[in-house]
Design a binder for this molecule. Sequence first.
Ligand code: NAD
Length: 474
Amino acid sequence: MRYFLAIIGGGPAGYTAAELASKAGKDVILFEQTALGGTCLNVGCIPTKSLLYGAKQYYNATHAQKYGVTAGNVTFDFAAMQKRKTIVVRKLVAGIRQRLNNEHCTIVNGAAAVLSRTDEQVTISCNGETYEAENLMICTGSTNFVPPIPGIQDNPAIWDSTDALAATELPASVIIVGGGVIGMEFATLYHELGVPVTVIEAMPTILPNLDQEVVQILLDKYRKAGINILTSTKVEAIEGNTVKLSTNELPSTLSSQHSTLSADKILVSVGRRANLKGLEALTDIELNRGAIMVDDFMKTNLPNVFACGDVTGKVMLAHVASRQAEVAVGRMLKQIPLQRIAYNAIPSVVYTNPEIASVGLTELQVRDFYTEMEGEAGIAKAGGIETFYEVKKLPMTFSGRFMAENDGETGLCKLLIDKRNKTVLGAHLIGNPASEFIAAASFAVRMGYTVAEMQQVVFPHPTVSEILHETLNG
Ligand code: NAD
């Protein structure tokens, strides 16, 4: 049988594309070497959030006095948390299989490899069988990047995020190399469960891609709570469970006697790289910095080959992957009007406690944008960069619901507004549960709503989401 579409990889990109193309009546075959759901469902977003929720229950129970509740002898069972996580993941994976079965999509469990390709046909091998399809969609995701640090290879003290998620016992102490999204979410998990945590970040700040005013609030809180966060610090070498550090920071931040640190486990989370395994036969596919290059419709330079998700190296988020798949299938099926992805309006959440949620440009990006648009001379002539944009911000404590539920927290809602057309360029929030209402700001950024238009939206009271309305009015 010749399929219309062969998809390699069954993560959010692959399973979304498979479901959509099958629903449209096309013959689709999907290859997945481990479990449907990919990194996000099996060893990423969902297991992390399951464990973080358990940790939050424990943390809240042991910090409930401020709400007038005293819980005696609160304990936790990490193995039980892990068991529950596995059940959650299994149910969700089964749900995806069911949805694909309902659409009569063929699923092959095995590692697929492209054997050959012409503009008319792609031939794929898997488990000793060969399969033919008119089109190929590459959704092979990404793998943990292992930095070239001496002593990292074959070291039983080293964990990546997959090892950490699989462990049935907590480490006695942990050093986390990389203060990015994965690093800070695991720092939260371990800290809330009482494990001593050190975070080592090479850049001058943790979460360097986020708005730094918001990040500073998290940094201050975590440092005060006892998480040891070393910025501008690099790991030079690792020996057993000891890391050797080099730092650009002032000696007062890290004195020379602290130039080595030891912990039970060393979790390395310094980014991920596109996974190109099985694609070796596509010798003429264009890459950009090790990831597959795609156009606005997720087409590669090869006419019948599309790529979606982390393998494109664009924005490594599950919701970006599934949106890319929607765009790609629309293009493949020539559905008019063709859609594009609004990369300027991708929300992102970091599940620290408090949560950070953002969409659109950070203040630094806004400044870079106008500087590039206007040139230094244009900026000076206009009277400074602040003449182009406005920052509106309020502590989350302006929300009654936030005050009622977040004792001791201040939070922040920061909105960046274009001064000329009054549209919202970016929203940056810290405070629980920012993850649950960042979508409202995403609407504004995506649709180009003006402040006046957003002010007409009624937000339910009392909810923390009202902070968006309050900040716009401020
Ligand atoms: P990341 O790029 O977010 O962070 C890596 C961090 O490591 C950076 O801050 C970087 O400066 C630092 N770093 C790099 N080399 C270093 C070194 N040698 N020593 C010390 N620090 C070093 O990558 P990640 O945290 O590994 O996450 C991978 C991907 O997964 C990201 O694209 C992320 O967005 C995604 N992810 C998203 C979520 C979410 O949406 N909540 C959760 C987890 C992961």
